[in-house]
Unconditional design. Structure first.
Length: 345
């Protein structure tokens, strides 16, 4: 006897949601993470991260040379503040080798501040614009924004302004990190609190909170203002907080990972450059995933615009019907023709 219920049961099993789909429907945060991962993959997040990594390494040395050449002039009368700024930047990377590399570049930039000149400025602008262009295109792709109809000159000028704005945001961030610890120690000295365990713990927590606040400001600017079509700051608040906390965790993970690479032959051959590439790539991927996560929020989904229907055209049609009048007319015409023919005979 043939079981005819088998096909119906199979179709019912295929149409029923799986366990993972039920979990997504039950937990909205899990569903948002899944949608963010799908958005990241569908908008080529890994490819954009590789491009950002390449231009980050290419633009790092010229930009640091220009920034600290200017800082050397501005802060020539305050070497302590310049040292704090340099320490804040070197502490932002998770490897001692990378810190030594950056400190070497910074020291050389301060020593040769007067020799940077126009050529160094043009090199920094060229590499910095290439980095900013790729970063903005990657963020725009994760926000699923359409292309903007801008000329080459307007696009270049917009990228230059974005580069200056990001530099200002990072300067404020590093200044907060650099001044925070010094202000805390000064307040403790004024209050007569010595160097003990609790004072050190409070200073460590203060430095951590200031670092998170500074990173939050930078990521808020990146997520909301760097896409080709800027979004509201409110829509990027939680994404920037997620990015700031995740970046601190990423730095700690990067310390362990880069230390494990230090014993490999590749690290011995390439030195800190390999660590810089790995850290830049991980940071780029994390930033683009956070952007995809921010754009996947329900409140950030674009509202579909329904086009109005075309205007209605009224065409009245009067149907012609053959009634009794038409029949009488045909009969009369036939009678007339018959009478005429009879008269000719």
């Amino acid at each position: 006897m043939v079981d005819r219920s088998q096909p119906a049961r199979t179709a019912r099993e295929q149409s029923s949601p799986g366990r993972f789909e039920l979990l997504r429907a039950r937990y909205p945060r899990l569903d948002r993470l899944v949608r963010a991962a799908q958005r990241y993959q569908s908008h080529y997040g890994d490819y954009y991260a590789a491009a950002i990594t390449y231009f980050s390494v290419l633009a790092l040395v010229p930009l640091l040379m220009i920034v600290f050449a200017v800082a050397g002039f501005v802060l020539a009368s305050n070497p302590e503040l310049l040292q704090r700024l340099q320490s804040a930047i070197s502490e932002a990377v998770p490897s001692s080798q990378l810190s030594q590399l950056i400190n070497g570049v910074v020291d050389e930039a301060i020593k040769q501040a007067g020799a940077v000149g126009i050529i160094g400025l043009l090199a920094a602008l060229y590499s910095g614009l290439g980095w900013m262009t790729n970063l903005r295109e990657a963020l725009t792709a994760q926000w699923a924004q359409g292309p903007t109809a801008l000329s080459f000159l307007k696009r270049t000028l917009a990228d230059l302004l974005s580069l200056v704005g990001l530099g200002a945001a990072m300067a404020v961030s590093f200044a907060i990190s650099a001044l925070g610890g010094g202000v805390g120690r000064m307040l403790f000295r004024l209050a007569g609190i010595g160097n003990n365990f609790w004072a050190g713990l409070v200073l460590w927590l203060l430095a951590l909170l200031l670092s998170l606040a500074a990173s939050w400001l930078v990521f808020l600017w990146v997520l909301a203002r760097l896409p080709r079509q800027p979004v509201t700051l409110r829509s990027a608040v939680w994404g920037a907080l997620f990015a700031a906390i995740g970046f601190e965790v990423l730095k700690q993970v990067g310390v362990v990972y880069l230390n494990s690479l230090s014993s490999s032959p590749a690290a011995a051959a390439f030195g800190p450059i390999l660590g810089l590439l790995v850290f830049a790539y991980l940071t780029s991927r994390f930033l683009l995933f956070v952007t995809a996560w921010t754009a996947s929020a329900r409140e950030n989904q674009p509202v579909a615009e329904v086009e109005p229907p075309p205007p209605a055209v009224i065409r009245p049609e009067v149907p012609s019907r053959r009634g009794a009048g038409v029949t009488v007319g045909v009969f009369g015409l036939g009678t007339l023709l018959g009478w005429l023919l009879r008269g000719r005979r």
